[in-house]
Design a protein around this ligand. Structure first.
Ligand code: SF4
Ligand code: SF4
Length: 182
């Protein structure tokens, strides 16, 4: 008989995610309205309300190792559906951040490379420097020759600048990053 992995429960996990994301998970009554309309549901290993249930149960490892937390695109569709005003994208952001802090092995390294690269640019310039981001992301996540014509198209249409532009109040962005534990 195949040995099953013991399930570890972290009783403080829900409170930690709640405090960091500002969401009240006890008010979720699992109506599944969020999951029913999620455009990324088919790609996820657990649906959005399953993730909430796992957070409620303290299944920290399972949640942090899930693909679902990396597949949420923050479209806010679930937020508009939720009768209890729960913001799942805020929860997903928090879970991604905890997964990175705890160096969990993520099943979607390309998505992680994208996430880290994006945050790095925003931290440095206060906004996205597309050219620098694309170069770095592609170095980490295997270059795709097929992407080059798209880059050229954007570049010649003036939608990509050669040099990064910085926002004026980067000090505010620094404070925001600190509050968000980025
Ligand atoms: S829509 Fe809101 S209340 Fe319903 S399952 Fe999703 S998070 Fe929970
Ligand atoms: S914000 Fe994320 S979880 Fe919510 S509907 Fe969009 S992809 Fe799905």
């Amino acid at each position: 008989m195949k040995a099953t992995k013991p399930i570890k429960v972290d009783p403080g996990f829900m409170n930690e995610v709640s405090r960091r994301s500002g969401q009240m998970f006890n008010s979720c009554f699992h109506c599944r309205s969020c999951s029913g309309g999620c455009p990324m549901g088919e790609e996820m290993d657990y649906l959005p309300n399953d993730i909430i249930r796992m957070v409620q149960l303290g299944l920290k490892q399972e949640v942090l190792e899930s693909r679902a937390i990396w597949f949420c695109v923050g479209c806010l569709g679930c937020v508009s559906e939720c009768p209890n005003g729960i913001s799942i994208p805020e929860m997903m952001d928090t879970l991604r951040q905890i997964a990175l802090e705890e160096q969990v092995t993520v099943k979607e390294p390309e998505v992680v490379a994208f996430h880290k690269g994006f945050l790095e640019q925003v931290k440095r310039y206060g906004r996205l420097y597309e050219l620098g981001f694309m170069a770095k992301y592609r170095m980490k996540a295997l270059p795709q020759i097929g992407d080059i014509p798209n880059y050229m198209k954007f570049f010649f249409s003036g939608r990509l600048s050669m040099l990064p532009e910085k926002i004026h109040k980067r000090v505010d962005m620094k404070k925001l990053n600190e509050v968000c534990h980025v």
